[in-house]
Ligand binder design. Structure first.
Ligand code: SF4
Length: 143
């Protein structure tokens, strides 16, 4: 049975920044027969609801900065991602919510420090960790 790590909001968990979900029933049906391992780095790190954050190109690389305070929130998401994949070492597939700065695989928006949009095909911080570990990764809308 394939093991699929998946953004929890896609399964109906109300863990988005505004305490809503991104439930995708078509995707859930496609994944019947798979073992689903949900994750939500932002809920774990910051709770729900929470301020939004954006990926910003800085001298330190792509960082997730709070839209409320400008604080670099990346470390908590990256730490969660490392711990998640250290625990779940046998994940076959990663499915992330498209466009998320944490979970998007090749659909996250990257801004410069003046908030100009640079690209729309960046990997979010958790997806980046999955890609670095050689896991097959998909944006939800592309699966
Ligand atoms: S996209 Fe990722 S971080 Fe955002 S609510 Fe869904 S699982 Fe959590």
């Amino acid at each position: 049975m394939p093991k699929v790590a998946i953004s929890a909001c896609l399964l109906g968990e109300k863990c988005r920044y505004d305490a809503t979900d991104n439930r995708d029933d078509v995707l859930i049906t496609k994944l019947e027969g798979c073992e689903l391992i949900p994750f939500c780095p932002e809920d774990h790190a910051f709770g729900t609801p929470r301020p939004t954050m954006d990926l910003v190109k800085t001298a330190q690389g792509s960082r997730a900065l709070s839209n409320k305070t400008g604080t670099d929130l990346s470390f908590a998401v990256e730490g969660y991602a490392r711990s998640f994949f250290d625990t779940h070492t046998d994940v076959d597939i990663f499915i992330g919510k498209d466009r998320s700065p944490s979970c998007g695989v090749c659909s996250a928006r990257l801004y410069d420090e003046e908030k100009n949009l640079l690209t729309i095909d960046e990997a979010g911080l958790m997806a980046k960790e999955a890609l670095a570990r050689g896991i097959e990764c998909f944006d939800a809308e592309m699966y």
